[in-house]
Design a protein around this ligand. Structure first.
Ligand code: AMP
Ligand code: ZN
Length: 138
């Protein structure tokens, strides 16, 4: 998708509305239209990139600063006592908008949400094999 048609680029350019919560030179944050919980906020780089893999290497400080600032504000405003930072890359991981973005989702004790259904490796050898396979790609 080109930057011209990208929905988040259009929001950054002000061509379509959003419920904006924060903006600086590098990032824009606005409420997700379909919140997992009220206050669910998206933080997007202002410059188009489709996934984390395309994000410039020097974007880290601006991203972390934005996530910390907005995460703190979302917790304070919603009364949450915790928050997730989640990011989906590629459609297999649930990415539906191909302009990289970070979900900031407020949480409270006992809110009943289970975003983290954990499994287990059958044994420690298979866990070590998996680690070795990933390390071999680096
Ligand atoms: P993902 O599945 O990680 O690509 O997340 C895309 C998110 O963008 C979804 O949670 C949508 O609800 C949200 N979304 C899509 N269009 C808009 C929009 N125009 N304004 C706010 N949020 C949006
Ligand atoms: Zn874009």
């Amino acid at each position: 998708m080109s930057e011209k048609d990208c929905i988040f680029c259009r929001i950054v350019r002000g061509e379509i509305p959003c419920a904006r919560v924060y903006e600086d030179d590098a990032v824009l944050a606005f409420l997700d239209l379909g919140p997992v919980r009220p206050g669910h906020t998206l933080l997007v780089p202002k410059a188009h990139c489709a996934t984390l893999l395309e994000l410039p290497g020097d974007f880290g400080p601006a991203l972390i600063a934005g996530l910390k600032k907005v995460g703190r504000a979302v917790m304070a405003a919603t009364g949450a006592t915790g928050f997730h930072v989640l990011q989906n890359n590629f459609s297999s991981a649930g990415q539906s908008v191909f302009h990289a973005h970070w979900h900031i989702i407020p949480r409270e004790d006992g809110d009943g949400l289970n975003l983290w259904p954990q499994g287990a490796y059958p044994d420690s050898a298979s866990m070590q094999e998996t680690a070795a396979a990933i390390a071999a790609q680096l």
